[in-house]
Design a protein around this ligand. Structure first.
Ligand code: ATP
Length: 269
């Protein structure tokens, strides 16, 4: 249970098409991960084209890094294992070796697999000198040793995908093991409109609703902020309806009594 999720590709429920904008990121992930996992034979010839062992997604909070990781597993037809850096380092003091061995041997059995390490800076952050907790240091070393120890056959089918909002906290040794680093940026107005179209795709909207206008009003919003805004807006009619019902009930207290099944409250003697 140090693993937050293990999901088979057909069950993840997120595809690239569910992610608004981020076209360049999707294109890079297609070349680096999807193609090698789907067509390994194309990458087994020669020396130049080699599947990538580690990728780092970095960028501001809520820009869709976790969403991308899940969709990537769907698109690559890979199993998905998700772990969170801070959970690993806080809960499991002393068990670093067992834990990482279990994780990597489990992953080998599930290959092709993407191991998503959210908050990778917590697990594999820069060495914290004397103040660093011994357990954190051991966990990081064990993790990197197990990662290096992947047999070359496995390394083509196991990808470590790290995500962080704090790339500058990462250790050089970790940066080297994540040779591809992809910046996941906040969306501009055009991309906010694309994200809004996806988030509101199944909602009933006012005729003539202007996505572009809302996109211009939401400067600085991440995809996650846009989602929260849409959820808050969707609650408005629900709140209005509840308020309306409350007012009607005030005028007619018998409604409340009627709506409760009074027979249920009659105690048998
Ligand atoms: P953090 O760095 O805080 O962990 P994150 O970059 O991993 O955040 P997500 O958790 O992937 O961000 O995004 C949160 C939610 O915001 C998603 O579940 C999704 O609903 C919405 N979202 C973010 N970006 C997009 C996008 N480009 N298209 C559609 N939805 C998005």
């Amino acid at each position: 249970n140090f693993i937050s999720a293990v999901v088979a590709p057909g069950e993840i429920g997120v595809k690239f098409d569910d992610i608004g904008a981020l076209e360049e990121v999707k294109k890079a992930l297609n070349e680096l991960v999807i193609l090698p996992m789907r067509r390994p034979e194309l990458f087994s010839r020669g020396n130049l084209l080699r599947p990538c062992k580690g990728i780092l997604l970095f960028g501001p909070p809520g820009t869709g890094k976790t969403l991308l990781a899940k969709a990537l597993a769907t698109e690559a037809g890979a199993n998905f294992i998700s772990i969170t850096g801070s959970t690993l380092t806080s809960k499991w003091f002393g068990d670093a070796e067992k834990l990482t061995k279990a994780l990597f041997s489990f992953a080998s059995k599930l290959a092709p697999v993407i191991i998503f390490v959210d908050e990778v800076d917590s697990l594999l952050g820069a060495r914290g000198g004397a103040l660093e907790h011994e357990a954190t240091r051991r966990m990081r070393n064990e993790f990197m040793a197990a990662w290096d120890g992947l047999r070359s056959k496995d390394s083509q089918r196991i990808l470590i995908l790290g995500a962080t909002n704090r790339p500058f906290d990462l250790d050089d040794a970790v940066i080297r093991r994540l040779p591809r680093r992809i910046y996941v940026d906040l969306p501009d107005a055009q991309n906010r409109a694309k994200i809004l179209r996806i988030l509101l795709g199944r909602e009933t909207l006012e005729p003539g609703f202007q996505f572009d206008k809302l996109a211009l009003l939401t400067e600085g919003y991440s995809g996650s902020d846009l989602q929260n805004l849409c959820i808050a807006a969707a609650y408005r009619p629900v709140q209005e309806l509840l308020e309306q019902e409350r007012k009607e009930c005030k005028n007619d207290t018998t409604t409340i009594l009627r709506s409760l099944n009074l027979d249920d409250f009659v105690q048998s003697k």
